[in-house]
Design a protein around this ligand. Structure first.
Ligand code: MG
Length: 247
C-alpha cells in the first residue's frame, strides 16, 4: 500500500503547487445555487464508501473535432500525450453544433464496473450538463454503474474556476472521497481529496488500476479523512485558509 500511496502522493505533488498562489485567505467562494444533494443510500448500499469522480482528464479526455466552444472545456493545464502513446479507445459525440472525440482512460470500463460493485459511484464535473450527459450516456449507457450525476450548475464558483462542495451530498464526510485531477476542486473539503494525474489520451496510463487499490484500502477505514490527510496533506498544500462563510 505504501507504494500505491506514494505514487498517488507523487501525482499530487505534481498537481498541487500551481494552486497555492491562488489560495489566499481573501479568496471567497461564490454562491452555489444548486448544491449537489443526493437521496439517502438504498438499503443495500448502506454504509458504502461514496466515491465522487471528476470526468474530464480524470475518466476521459476530449478533443475537438468540429466547431467547439471553449466554455465546454476544462480550463486547467494543457498537455498532450506524446505521439505514439495515444489510445485508440475513443468515441465521438455530436452536441448541438459541435463535435468532439472522447478518449476513455485505460481500464475505464473495468474500473467503473468493479468500483460500482463495491462503492456508491457519483460523477461531479465542472462541465455543463449537456456535454457531461453526452459523455456519461456513452460510458454508462444503462445508467447502472453511476448512481448520481452532478454538473457545473452544482459546482461552487471560486474566482474564475469551480470547486466541488461535498458537504451537501447527504453523506457523512467520513465516508466520501473526491477523485479529481484539478486540485482547486478540493478546496471546500481538502481532507476528502484524492488527486490524480491529468489524462491526455496516453495509451500507457494505468492510474485507474492504482486508484482501485487505493480505494480498496480506504474502504477499510471508518473515517477516510485522517488517512487522506496523512497521504496527501491537501489542507496544508492548498493553503486552505479560504473563507467558508458561504457554507
Ligand atoms: Mg478534470
Amino acid at each position: 500500500m505504501s507504494s500505491i500511496a506514494s505514487r498517488l502522493a507523487h501525482e499530487a505533488t505534481r498537481a498541487v503547487p500551481h494552486v497555492r498562489p491562488q489560495a489566499r485567505p481573501d479568496i471567497r467562494f461564490g454562491r452555489c445555487l444548486n448544491p449537489a444533494i443526493m437521496a439517502p443510500q438504498k438499503p443495500q448500499d448502506a454504509g458504502k464508501l461514496t466515491v465522487v469522480l471528476d470526468i474530464d482528464e480524470t475518466l476521459i479526455h476530449t478533443d475537438t473535432v468540429g466547431q467547439f466552444d471553449e466554455k465546454f472545456k476544462y480550463n486547467g493545464e494543457e498537455k498532450k500525450a506524446k505521439s505514439g502513446d495515444i489510445t485508440d479507445d475513443l468515441f465521438h459525440l455530436e452536441l448541438d453544433d459541435f463535435k468532439v472525440k472522447v478518449f476513455r482512460r485505460p481500464h475505464l470500463d473495468w474500473f467503473l464496473k468493479e468500483a460500482s460493485s463495491k462503492f456508491e459511484l457519483v460523477t461531479f464535473t465542472a462541465g455543463v450538463k449537456m456535454y457531461g450527459t453526452g459523455v456519461l450516456n456513452k460510458i454508462d449507457p444503462e445508467e447502472s454503474l453511476i448512481q448520481h450525476r452532478f454538473f457545473r450548475h452544482n459546482c461552487t464558483p471560486i474566482g474564475n474556476s469551480y470547486t466541488k462542495d461535498l458537504s451537501h451530498l447527504g453523506r457523512p464526510l467520513s465516508r466520501v472521497v473526491l477523485v479529481d485531477n484539478n486540485p482547486i476542486c478540493f478546496l471546500p473539503n481538502p481532507d476528502n481529496g484524492i488527486p490524480v494525474s491529468s489524462y491526455y489520451a496516453e495509451k500507457s496510463d494505468d492510474t485507474l488500476l492504482t486508484l482501485m487499490k487505493f480505494l480498496d484500502h480506504l474502504d477499510g477505514h471508518k473515517d477516510v479523512r485522517p488517512v487522506l490527510q496523512q497521504y496527501f496533506n491537501l489542507r496544508d498544500r492548498l493553503g486552505v485558509t479560504v473563507s467558508t462563510a458561504h457554507l
